[in-house]
Design a protein around this ligand. Structure first.
Ligand SMILES: C[S@@+](CC[C@H](N)C(=O)[O-])C[C@H]1O[C@@H](n2cnc3c(N)ncnc32)[C@H](O)[C@@H]1O
Length: 306
């Protein structure tokens, strides 16, 4: 089978496909003319990772990280045992599709698989397959866990979702061969940086209002203190000479008096861009919103060599 272009294998809150054009316009020149290491400390579904891997021939190595151990296990299994994973996914897909039209049985099947996933007793490839299965069949592709790390998203209403995208899993597996996959806090990625490294940060967003809060991908919340710790880490990278870009929600767009990001990133370049968010239970809130792109370099001139 011919290996195609790798694309994200998950639906993920905050998936960045919509922002690719803006990100492309805002990249530092250094990554187009010399070899570099790409570092993505909050990788999620990796929309930018896969795009970078496909479009930047000077990308010599990539380092990805996420605090979600189940997500990272899935990346590692795709990288190391794609065929084993595909065969398990094919079984899950056949079983699930065969229940089409039998609503009660289908529901029972979904909740049994969710329960099995939460025991975390399957071997790693089984666990990775269940992770993908739940992502494809749950409500809106959400990943939400309770305080004890129990995945608790209800079933979605897709009729026959693709659970096993064999071609993409093989393409992703191939693309991941030059990617180092870490699991832990984002600060750990600094150890893997090389002299010409570019970091792209897509942290859990600061909620636009108290009720719209969807930033718990993991059991620990990413609050304002965490946003400030991240800024401190970015300042440290700046001192060490690394280039970085960070995206976040534009809280000022919602409340003009909210200068949180303008203040904490006042030393850096802040621009406001339009982006669509796709994960929101309320369709009216899926419309256009501003996002911030913050960089520690000036990209107006960045892509034009002097
Ligand atoms: C906005 S999402 C990233 C979305 C990603 N850009 C995409 O395209 O799917 C934020 C990610 O940060 C992870 N995360 C939360 N706290 C973290 C931490 N302290 N260190 C590393 N990753 C963390 C979450 O598990 C989640 O996957």
């Amino acid at each position: 089978m011919k290996i195609g272009i790798a694309k994200p294998f998950l639906k993920w809150a905050g998936g960045k496909t919509q922002l690719i054009n803006e990100i492309e316009r805002s990249l530092p020149f250094e990554i187009t003319n010399k070899k570099f290491t790409y570092v993505e400390p909050f990788v999620g579904s990796g929309a930018i990772l896969f795009w970078m891997l496909d479009n930047f021939p000077k990308l010599e190595k990539a380092v990805i990280n996420d605090i979600n151990a189940d997500l990272i296990n899935t990346y590692r299994i795709i990288a190391s045992k794609p065929k084993e994973l595909i065969s398990i996914l094919q079984i899950l897909q056949n079983e699930y599709h065969n229940l089409d039209g039998k609503d009660e049985e289908k529901k029972e099947y979904y909740y049994k698989k969710r329960e099995l996933y939460n025991t975390r007793k399957e071997e790693q490839s089984g666990q990775a397959a269940l992770f993908i299965f739940l992502n494809r069949t749950c409500f809106n592709g959400l990943y939400r866990v309770n305080k004890s790390n129990g995945y608790n998203v209800p079933m979605g209403s897709y009729k026959k979702p693709t659970i096993c995208d064999e071609q993409n899993i093989l393409a992703v597996s191939d693309a991941l061969q030059k990617v180092e996959i870490l699991c832990g806090d984002y600060e750990e990625t600094l150890k893997e940086a090389t002299t010409n490294s570019f970091f792209y940060f897509d942290p859990p967003y600061k909620p636009l209002s108290n009720t719209s809060s969807f930033n718990s991908y993991a059991k620990d919340e990413f609050n304002d203190e965490e946003q400030i710790r991240l800024r401190n880490f970015c300042s440290k990278l700046e001192k060490q000479g690394h280039k970085w870009m960070l995206s976040n929600s534009d809280v000022k767009g919602k409340d003009t008096n909210d200068n949180f990001f303008d203040e904490i990133y006042s030393e850096f370049s802040i621009s406001r861009v339009k982006a669509r968010r796709s994960i929101n239970a309320n369709p009216e809130k899926r419309g256009e919103l501003n996002e911030l792109l913050i960089t520690n370099y000036n990209y107006e001139q960045a892509l034009q060599p002097a």
